[in-house]
Design a protein around this ligand. Structure first.
Ligand code: ATP
Ligand code: MG
Length: 645
């Protein structure tokens, strides 16, 4: 998979991880030149049509979400049976890995992470998307402590027929709500239950229910009560414990109604860690104020989590009425006091609005209308955020601050523009510095061209155009002229000039033309060609010809001519020949004249040795060439048949 490009756009760089359903890769988006995470469905899921349909629908829905605490989905696609989701690449670790390394979280860190998950859930729930698989594996933490929740809604695509991978179920079942474990109706509150379990794991370092099988864990979610965090970690703040208890109620109606409610309690917990502000669903008893009087009777019952035990019943009438009246008075005092202090604490506190992405003017109006102040801490170039819009804010949205507090914002100057240098007619290997100077990148394509190899033919954007810093320039580089391949035609038997014209017309070059005597073939007729007929050759290949110069001139006999023709045979071995096909040429030198006696193409596969017979008179020297390389020179005495060096 590494090196593969999906959808003509996402080049897979490295594997990041994998879960039950998919493998996750880091990839480079060629179009926008940024890293992305690509989640590729495991092949066993891609054969399931219903799953593919659900998967597509759910990821499209999740793609509509846009929130700083949600991993952005950029694209969903399939390429040759590979189904994938392209997401924002998050540099960091999963919450699961961090819990494993750290053991557990400090209360403040727990609340900070939980708040960001709750913000993500609030946004998704407002858009009617239920996550259904909230677990620390799906929560990514960046190096600067930002939380990003991933895999929204994707769990929904898993139908009963596709839940075959046990790993997937085991990974998630620790966080399943009882209704999920039962396979019942799931909704936003199921996510809040899972969030409760995640908070539990952060603060205690362990999940509340363990078991040998997914089923046994699921059953515990349905039937067992959680062991209270304070029992595992004594110093767990009461507020956090209460939030966990309320979030993980088995009965959906007793849980938090919304992520917003969880957020409100988490914010309170930051300020009053030991406070008892978490409101539990009233039970039927009308005497719940009594425990406030009889303090020593109050305790938590681990077997009936979240439901405070009532104080022991008082039977004496007098005592009863005294209690009721005192309770009433006390209730008024307590409530009054709480309201008084709340006003003191809360009266001029404001929740910071989210202004990231807004124009500065919009942000200023928003912030100042709330009685807060705004200050531009810096202006920065940014390729993602339009000029004049807010890149980031501190403190973050939804933090609570005092009236008059100044919110620092960073405003975008838009992308920094640079001028594209001229690259045309330059060599590919000399443009790197030019591009680097302007922080530009190159995307190279090769094309056949009359320009020499490596020279740039064209560029886009054009020279002197202004483009965002860091963007890519597409360049087309010459790979030289296209070499056509030509089928070699037959030249043997042709008149030499006709043969030469044939070569020229078909884009080939006539090489050496050697003339040899031939007793039967007429003068100027081609005897052999160095490239055999039917061979596929590149344009501009050189073809050598051997041409007959007719029968030997018998009119002016030489000394040898008077001698009878004799033949001498010798053996040639090709064992050491490196190539399969080669030309053997035999040149006879007699009386200071060299004549090519023979030239022909031989194939090693036909035979590893051959016997050649030469006819001649008197004494001569012969030269044997293998592909134009002289490999042997011998003296021959045709009269005696002797061959010597
Ligand atoms: P499940 O199949 O139940 O979702 P999982 O969440 O463990 O199990 P994946 O969702 O496939 O598995 O994710 C595998 C791993 O890939 C994660 O643990 C995380 O390390 C990494 N990962 C996932 N999404 C991203 C992302 N957007 N950026 C960077 N890393 C990611
Ligand atoms: Mg996941």
């Amino acid at each position: 998979m590494i090196g593969k490009t999906l959808g003509n756009r996402y080049e897979i760089v490295e594997k990041i991880g994998g879960g039950g359903m998919a493998l996750v890769y880091k990839a480079k988006c060629q179009l926008l030149n940024r890293y992305v995470a690509v989640k590729i469905l495991r092949p066993e899921f891609t054969s399931d049509e219903e799953f593919i349909r659900n998967f597509g629908r759910e990821s499209q829905a999740a793609a509509s979400l846009s929130h700083p605490n949600i991993v952005n989905i950029y694209d969903v696609g399939n390429d040759d049976e590979i189904y994938y989701i392209v997401m924002e690449y998050v540099k960091g670790n999963t919450l699961k890995q961090i819990i494993k390394e750290k053991g557990s979280f400090e209360p403040d860190d727990t609340i900070n992470v939980a708040k960001q998950i709750a913000l993500a859930l609030e946004h998704a729930h407002n858009n009617h998307i239920v996550h259904r698989d909230i677990k620390p594996h799906n929560i990514l933490l960046t190096e600067d402590g930002r939380v990003k929740v991933t895999d929204f809604g994707i769990a929904r695509a898993v139908t009963s027929s596709t839940v075959t991978n046990a790993g997937n179920v085991i990974g998630s079942v620790h966080y399943f709500s009882p209704e999920q474990a039962r396979g019942g109706y799931t909704d936003e509150k199921s996510d809040l239950y899972s969030l409760g379990i995640v908070i539990y794991e952060m603060i205690t370092g362990r999940v509340p229910f363990e078991g040998d099988s997914p089923i046994s864990i699921a059953l515990k979610h349905i039937n067992n009560e959680i062991i209270l965090p304070t029992i595992i970690k004594k110093n767990t703040p009461k507020a956090i414990e209460d939030i966990i208890i309320k979030a993980t109620q088995k009965d959906q109606s007793r849980r938090y109604n919304s992520a917003r409610e969880v957020l409100d309690d988490l914010n309170q917990a930051l300020r009053f860690p030991m406070g008892s502000f978490v409101k539990f669903e009233e039970d039927d008893s009308p005497t719940q104020i009594i425990p406030a009087i009889k303090d020593e009777d109050i305790r938590y019952n681990t077997a009936a989590v979240g439901e405070r035990l009532r104080a022991k019943k008082n039977n004496g009438k007098m005592i009863f009425w005294t209690a009721v009246i005192s309770a009433f008075i006390l209730a008024i005092i307590v409530t009054g006091t709480i309201f008084f202090f709340n006003d003191q604490l809360k009266g001029n506190e404001k929740e910071i609005p989210g202004v990231v992405g807004k124009t500065y003017e919009e942000a200023k109006t928003n912030i100042e209308n709330l009685g807060l102040k705004i200050n531009i801490s810096s202006e920065q170039f940014n390729s993602q955020v339009e000029e004049g819009h807010i890149i980031s804010q501190t403190p973050a949205a939804r933090e609570i601050v005092k009236e008059g507090y100044t919110i620092q914002v960073i405003v975008s100057k838009g992308p920094q523009l640079v001028e594209v240098p001229n690259l045309i007619n330059k060599r590919l290997d000399e443009i790197d510095m030019l591009l680097e100077n302007e922080s530009l990148k190159k995307v190279v394509k090769y094309e056949y061209h009359t320009l020499p190899v490596g020279i740039i033919i064209s560029q886009n954007p054009k020279s002197r155009e202004r483009v965002p810093k860091g963007s890519s320039v597409n360049i087309v580089v010459s790979q030289g002229e296209e070499l056509k391949s030509i089928l070699m035609s037959n030249l043997v038997g042709e008149e030499v000039n006709t043969a030469k014209r044939t070569l020229e017309n078909s884009g080939l070059i006539t090489g050496k033309t050697d003339y040899v005597f031939h007793s039967t073939v007429a003068k100027d007729i081609v005897l052999s060609q160095s490239i055999p007929q039917g061979t596929e050759v590149e344009e501009n290949s050189v073809v050598d010809l051997i041409v007959s110069k007719g029968a030997e001139n018998v009119g002016q006999p030489t000394e040898e001519n008077e001698l009878p023709m004799k033949s001498v045979s010798f053996r040639l071995k090709y064992d050491d020949a490196k190539q399969e096909e080669f030309i053997i040429k035999i040149v006879i030198i007699q009386n200071g004249v060299s004549t090519i006696y023979y030239s022909g193409v031989h194939q090693k596969s036909k035979s590893s040795q051959e016997t050649l017979t030469i006819e001649g008179r008197g004494k001569a020297a012969i030269e044997i060439y293998f592909d134009t390389v002289l490999i042997a020179r011998k003296q021959i005495d045709f009269e005696t048949g002797a061959i010597y060096d």
